[in-house]
Design a protein around this ligand. Sequence first.
Ligand SMILES: Cc1cc2nc3c(=O)[nH]c(=O)nc-3n(C[C@H](O)[C@H](O)[C@H](O)COP(=O)(O)OP(=O)(O)OC[C@H]3O[C@@H](n4cnc5c(N)ncnc54)[C@H](O)[C@@H]3O)c2cc1C
Length: 307
Amino acid sequence: MTEIFDLAIIGGGPGGVAAGVYSARKKIKAILITECFRGQSAVSSDIQNWIGDISVSGEELHNRLEKHLKHYSKDILIKEKETVINITKSNGVFNIKTDKSEYGAKTILITTGNIRKKIQVKGAEEFEGKGITYCASCDGPMYGDMDVAVIGGGNSAFESAAQLSAYAKTVTIIQRSDFKAEPMMMEKVLANPKVKGVTNVEMLEIKGDKFVTGIIYKDKKTGEIIELPVSGIFVEIGSNPSVDFIEHGLVELNEREEIIIDPKNQKTNTPGIWAAGDCTNGLYRQNNIAVGDAVKAVEDIYRYLKS
Ligand SMILES: Cc1cc2nc3c(=O)[nH]c(=O)nc-3n(C[C@H](O)[C@H](O)[C@H](O)COP(=O)(O)OP(=O)(O)OC[C@H]3O[C@@H](n4cnc5c(N)ncnc54)[C@H](O)[C@@H]3O)c2cc1C
């Protein structure tokens, strides 16, 4: 018989950590299961809107979040490097299956955030991890003095380009329509002579041998086919909610696969399951919001468990 917890928190980003700290302090018998203690902004070189810090790197912020939660490791069971793959319910108890074990819980809080979208173009699957990557701050240093491209045109793409310009010989930002990043950020990044922006592009193929050697794209305005030699491709085209482990019908999802919650208390349509942060249909995606939503959920779960 698997041990039954009062609460299972899934995810170790800002939302999951906040929920873990609150439930430990409330002495809820809880388990937190996460692949890692890195939320999406862990890759940011400079976060300037984390309340209480004028500026903090993503790495530093996430180290502090992890440390804060682990301060309570006597009061909450922490399982990291573990991926939840399935949740079922029987006899009023949820069974959470991971790639390593199984756990029982009376309530669940899902804070699994988002995962990156992949590019759909010839060669993309073949060169995944062989020059195609998703993290400028993690992998950027490997492309020292090389030509690289960033695919995308939002803030994340420009942020990655700024980071990459510190190492790479050239950085080309390739976007299928117009750029959508904040004007001030675009101006600053494109002012760097190493960085070039190309808009209205149709990607045709990623070429390579053992590793990426280039991108073939069509200029949608002129119809010209261009081959851009690059050794690295950093993909920044958005993300999808990380909800693969949710089987059809467990909780209601919208057309974008976001978990539908009641914004008053973060409840899903399934009694006993709450969700918070970027995996939900909440309108805004921010660290502070994920934290606040998760705290709201734990307050509600505490009430539910006591009632
Ligand atoms: C490049 C970038 C920069 C950003 N900069 C800022 C910023 O400056 N300020 C700001 O406020 N926001 C910023 N954001 C947004 C912010 O990062 C998110 O709103 C926030 O991370 C959401 O937190 P979360 O806890 O909901 O999810 P996430 O941060 O996505 O964390 C999800 C966690 O769940 C884990 N997980 C996922 N699936 C499973 C599974 N099946 N089993 C176990 N664990 C799982 C993951 O490993 C991860 O630990 C940025 C986002 C990006 C992409």
